[in-house]
Design a protein around this ligand. Structure first.
Ligand code: TXA
Ligand code: MG
Length: 379
């Protein structure tokens, strides 16, 4: 796999032009190019070429009923691929495009069913990342791109994540540095009787309501542990998951820390007994304590990281900087995969705006295992 770096510092215009010509050519010929967007890295192919789109499913190990998002570089691009553009799309595009908003509309026949996962609708988005926009233009105007991860893994927010998952499987990776948002776009379905959010993201329900009036949220996203099937096919699969088993703990911050520490102490004793039955107390045996505590991870905030004496704690950022938490979440989940951690306890991050999106991804990573702390759990 070829890797070409385009960063702010690299101002060699001739080189940059060459990269886009090469990338555009690869896509036009039916190949695959991974590229940065403002949300996560995407794995791009010509959206109107069914053989090219089919390759995406193969490389990612993605179920064929999970449709791809078509990326465009201008609003006019919609006319060719959408049957009838709803008024809401015009208003929302005016306000949020280019940006992290995907809209689902009825597709025109030119969009192959491979791209739309067999549906008569298609998801479309105009990214704001300059590299993404330039690539779309160089490639004929329509790039189908899911996140550039192996199916089930956290989406890539750095070029190295794409290398980890797709090295040797695609033609080119454009390395544009770390992404800005870190969580995939908000998806709104404009084909249902009321516009409905199918995936929360940086554009919140309130922001959407302010522009087009009433907007609903797919019920399956709110009832986190219900059996209701989400309307976006991709949201039904376990996702964003590291190898370790995650449990999310929700409650007052100090209660959460206390609860997690108590659980960890119990687990350390248990692991220790499994490894060395004769010794009495792991906490008196520093050497073995180090070995067993390697197996337990904590996903926490910058404010609380020093409150965990045992286990491998990793911070996703400050509670009051939700953009930071969103940007770091997937990288931290991936980092745990490089360790011996088998069990992760995670704090919860119900922050004011991005909280719905952050918790949606975290809970999916945890397979919806969440503990809601009541008073008696922490005494
Ligand atoms: O931020 C993003 O949206 C990133 C970047 C690369 O643009 N892309 C992304 O794509 O997250 P992907 O394929 O990982 O997620 C697309 C989601 C899936 O859950 C899929 O099921 C849903 O969108 N989707 C796509 N087309 C749909 C449709 N016609 N109806 C319902 N859901 C759809
Ligand atoms: Mg994805």
């Amino acid at each position: 796999m070829r890797i070409e770096k385009i960063t702010e510092k690299n101002t060699d215009k001739k080189h940059i032009k060459k990269v886009f010509a090469l990338a555009g050519d690869i896509i036009k010929k039916g190949g695959l190019v991974a590229f940065p967007t403002e949300t996560v890295y995407g794995l791009g192919a010509d959206a109107l070429n069914q053989d090219a789109a089919a390759k995406i499913y193969g490389v990612k190990g993605r179920p064929s009923d999970n449709p791809l998002i078509v990326h465009v570089a201008d609003f006019e691009g919609l006319e060719k691929i959408i049957k009838e553009i709803p008024w809401q799309a015009e208003k929302l595009a005016e306000k949020f495009w280019p940006g992290p908003l995907t809209m689902i509309m009825n597709k025109a026949d030119i969009v192959p069913k491979t791209t739309s996962g067999g549906l008569n609708t298609v998801a479309v988005r105009m990214p704001s990342n300059k590299i993404a926009l330039e690539l779309i233009r160089a490639s004929g105007g329509y790039i189908a791109a899911p996140s550039a991860n192996t199916s089930g893994k956290p989406s890539p927010t750095r070029a190295e994540h794409v290398v980890q998952d797709l090295s040797g499987k695609i033609d080119l990776l454009i390395d544009g540095g770390d992404v800005g948002i870190g969580i995939e776009s908000t998806i709104i379905d404009l084909t249902s009787s009321k516009p409905t959010i199918l995936r929360p993201g940086a554009i919140t329900q309130k922001m959407l309501c302010d522009v087009i009036g009433e907007v609903e949220i797919d019920e399956a996203l709110i009832k986190s542990d219900s059996n209701t099937v989400p309307k976006a096919p991709g949201m039904k699969y376990r996702h964003y998951a590291p190898k370790a088993d995650i449990t999310v703990v929700e409650g007052k911050k100090e209660d959460v820390v206390k609860y997690i520490n108590r659980k960890i102490e119990g687990l350390l004793q248990k692991f220790y007994k499994e490894e060395d039955g004769q010794q009495e107390d792991v906490f008196e045996d520093i050497f073995h304590l180090n070995i067993v505590e390697d197996r337990i991870g904590i996903l926490c905030s910058q404010e609380t990281i020093d409150l965990y004496p045992y286990g491998y704690a990793k911070s996703v950022g400050h509670y009051d900087r939700e953009e930071e938490i969103a940007r770091n979440l997937y990288a931290v989940l991936r980092d745990f995969d490089k360790t011996n951690v088998e069990i992760i306890f995670s704090e919860s991050f119900y922050t004011p705006n991005m909280g719905a999106a952050i918790m949606n991804r975290l809970l999916k990573a945890a397979g919806h295992k969440i503990i809601h702390l009541e008073k008696e759990d922490v005494q």
